[in-house]
Design a protein around this ligand. Structure first.
Ligand SMILES: NC(=O)c1ccc[n+]([C@@H]2O[C@H](COP(=O)([O-])OP(=O)(O)OC[C@H]3O[C@@H](n4cnc5c(N)ncnc54)[C@H](O)[C@@H]3O)[C@@H](O)[C@H]2O)c1
Length: 457
């Protein structure tokens, strides 16, 4: 059954007394984003930090995704992994071995509990602290990194609360340190090509996009192999929200210049039945009906649908679907005044004047002409790296920007905007799909910030 919204739930989720003033009107008009105390820092147009020859890295969280990043960093010129940190000592030992096997110095290891990253940041001379830990650690690790003089890079989502998003923004501004929310799907082959085509005007004016994260994670949530600490399942028990918005929304944001000439205005979200039907069913099938897992209510609705309106009036349909039987998809549809393209289930395109009338063409017929220059230069090097090579390209670009002292492709404002969907969708769902405004993390700077160009390696 869909849980009925009530005032107490709303306050619980909103988490601030200050919001109370807006409650009376939240059903009839748009609900304001969480009140935010005025920041003590100024927004930055495009953060530029001093260049460096060598990027000294402290890596935190060496599980499934972190291991891939370690392997990538070992193959990128100008990187020294100085320290590695994980609550599981065997993972730090693994990382040390990888460094030595690659002919690099053995990094210092930190494995004395969940807060040992603080000791690492306080002890080591680092330029970048990069983490791939469970979601609740992204903000504390990134903030500590910046406070101790490093740039920060974090796996997605950057933060799972609005306070967390603001904390990243304020700390980055205060210490003038990059804080990158590492959305690898921005660098996937098709997404890069679509970016290139958008910049070349192939689609005309953008009007609409569809995207999401549609990945049957039941095996990951219950399997006890992929996530031995169950951290991902815990979020499915606690929160009814789009928990993982950035894989689809990252590329769309860059196509639509979000925080750089455009911004997200508001969203509305709706959940399929909550508690989840699929997770309960899965638990009963796996463990029998008397098992505690079978008697747990999983708050996360199986399908979370969100509609986002941008300042330029564009609409974005965003879907989160991680509990049900289905093939993998990030949806990915982009529509402009001249035509549209989609990625799943097959890559298709229709452009007026180029495609046969009313018919799809294979997107691959455009791939030679619109291959993104990053792919042209990095394709070979990226071969065999995580997620079809895109993880390597994202890591390469991060290191390249730091070494050259250039703004990163995605910065803290964009990272905060796409991550904020977790908290905002939760609020909308709890309020019976009430529209919820996005905070403007740039505090007006989105009007003058220049869009990301076609970057090269
Ligand atoms: N971009 C992608 O395609 C992608 C894919 C998978 C995971 N991720 C993200 O990467 C992150 C990690 O996911 P994963 O699948 O690798 O999970 P995981 O559980 O395999 O890895 C997390 C690691 O962090 C360690 N850890 C936990 N708390 C810690 C702490 N306080 N300090 C130090 N180490 C700590 C764990 O021991 C584990 O080794 C998540 O944020 C997830 O969303 C991204």
């Amino acid at each position: 059954m869909t849980k009925k919204w009530n005032r107490r739930d709303f306050l619980k989720i909103s988490g601030t007394a200050g919001l109370g003033a807006t409650l009376g009107s939240c059903f009839v008009s748009r609900s304001a984003p969480l009140n935010q105390a005025p920041l003590k820092t100024e927004p930055i147009e495009h953060l530029i930090a001093p260049p460096m020859d060598m990027v000294r890295v402290g890596y935190v969280g060496i599980g499934n995704q972190g291991s891939g990043h370690i392997r990538n960093l070992l193959r990128i010129e100008g990187v020294e992994i100085k320290a590695v940190c994980d609550i599981r000592e065997e993972r730090t030992l693994w990382a040390q071995k990888q460094c030595q096997k690659a002919g690099k110095p053995k990094p210092a290891a930190y494995h004395k509990g969940t807060e040992d990253f603080k000791r690492m940041c306080d002890t080591e001379e680092l330029d970048l602290v990069y983490n791939a830990t469970p979601w609740e650690w992204h903000v504390p690790i990134s903030v500590k990194a910046m406070e101790t003089g490093s740039h920060a890079a974090t796996e997605v989502p950057g933060a799972i609360t609005l306070e967390g998003c603001w904390h990243l923004v304020e700390t980055s501004e205060k210490y003038k340190k990059h804080c990158c929310v590492m959305e690898n799907c921005n660098y996937d082959r098709t997404e890069l090509m679509l970016f290139h085509m958008v910049r070349r005007g192939v689609f005309g004016e953008l009007m609409h996009a569809e995207c999401g994260y549609l990945h049957d994670l039941r095996e990951y949530k219950f399997g006890n192999i992929y996530y031995p600490l169950d951290w991902r399942l815990k979020y499915s028990i606690k929160r009814n929200a789009d928990l993982y918005p950035t894989h689809g929304l990252g590329p769309v944001s860059q196509w639509m210049d979000i925080t750089r000439g455009n911004k997200f205005e508001y969203l509305v979200s709706m959940s399929s039945p909550s508690p989840s039907l699929s997770l309960k069913r899965e638990a009963i099938q796996r463990y029998g009906k008397d098992h505690p897992r079978s008697n747990t209510d999983y708050a996360l609705g199986d399908v979370i649908t969100t509609l986002i309106k941008t300042h330029k009036g564009q609409s974005i349909l965003l879907v989160h679907d991680t509990n049900s039987p289905r093939p993998y998809s990030r949806k990915i549809l982009l529509q402009g005044t001249k035509g549209l393209a989609r990625k799943y289930p097959e890559q298709k395109i229709h452009i007026e004047g180029l495609s046969p009338r009313h018919r799809w063409e294979d997107l691959s017929s455009y791939s030679e002409k619109y291959k993104h220059p990053l792919l042209t230069s990095l394709e070979e090097k990226a071969e065999g790296a995580g997620h079809g090579g895109m993880d390597f390209i994202e890591d390469y670009r991060l290191i390249q920007c730091l070494r050259e002292g250039k703004p990163t492709d995605s910065d803290v404002y964009e990272g905060a905007a796409i991550s904020a969907v977790v908290a905002l969708s939760e609020k909308s769902i709890a309020g019976n799909s009430v529209p919820v405004d996005f905070p403007d993390f740039t505090r007006g700077k989105w009007k003058t910030r220049t869009p990301l160009g076609i970057v090269t390696a």
